[in-house]
Design a protein around this ligand. Structure first.
Ligand code: NAP
Length: 188
């Protein structure tokens, strides 16, 4: 029952270009040959920010071609936004804003004994981390650099350092790094 930030990133720490393109990512590997199928099978609830959701809105045709539906997730999903955004047909989503803590409690209740996936972006994952709610970073690091773009995790995490749990090479274009986040207890 973990809260996980699972994402692909460039080698220099960007999850999208500055204009929210993911075109650099798709040639790097096949999602179905990655850890994704096993990962998503254990997810019971998702959270994403407005920009990530808007990418799904803009690329509904591409998502449809790959997943057979404009919304590829069956799990309940929480979208963080201050705006009124259109609904994607068939998506089990709710729009929320503000502090992530109460939303996380609702997600935990919905997920049951499954994991919570923070889809992105990096600052939203950081908000869960700030609240002491993030357990794991699972990063598919692509063999490309972007120079600038949307940051992977715009936080300073120095101590306790992240604990590397596994390294999995996927050909010559990707490596998956799994890190546990060590929580500092309130009394420490
Ligand atoms: N490489 C990958 O695997 C991967 C994974 C995920 C995402 N992505 C891409 O990376 C980019 C991420 O974009 P991003 O960094 O801008 O992050 P984002 O989290 O998708 O969107 C940020 C926006 O979410 C809203 N938001 C965030 N926290 C909020 C809160 N607590 N309450 C209310 N609203 C909140 C705000 O939008 P408003 O105030 O405007 O509503 C904020 O500007 C997207 O292009 C996405 O497609 C890539």
């Amino acid at each position: 029952m973990k809260t996980q930030f699972y994402t692909a990133t460039s080698l220099d720490g960007f999850i999208a270009t500055e204009n929210d393109s993911l075109e650099w990512l798709f040639p790097l590997g096949d999602l179905n040959a990655s850890s994704y199928p096993a990962f998503i099978a254990e997810v019971g609830a998702l959270a994403m920010g407005a920009t990530t959701y808007e990418w799904m809105l803009r690329n509904a045709d591409q998502v449809m071609a790959e997943a057979g539906s404009p919304w590829p997730y069956t799990q309940p999903t929480w979208i963080f936004t201050h705006r009124q955004l259109p609904l994607i047909e068939g998506a089990d989503i709710r729009f929320v804003q503000g502090d992530v803590t109460s939303v996380h409690a609702d997600m935990r209740a919905a997920a049951g004994d499954k994991n919570i996936w923070i889809v992105g972006g990096g600052d939203l994952a950081g908000q869960f981390h700030d609240a002491g709610l993030l357990d794991e970073l699972i990063l598919q690091v692509g063999s490309v650099t972007l120079g600038k773009g949307r940051p992977l995790f715009p936080r300073r995490v120095l101590t306790p350092v992240l604990q590397l749990q596994s390294v999995r090479q996927m050909g010559t274009t990707m490596v998956e790094l799994r890190y546990d986040i060590i929580k500092v207890s309130a009394t420490a």
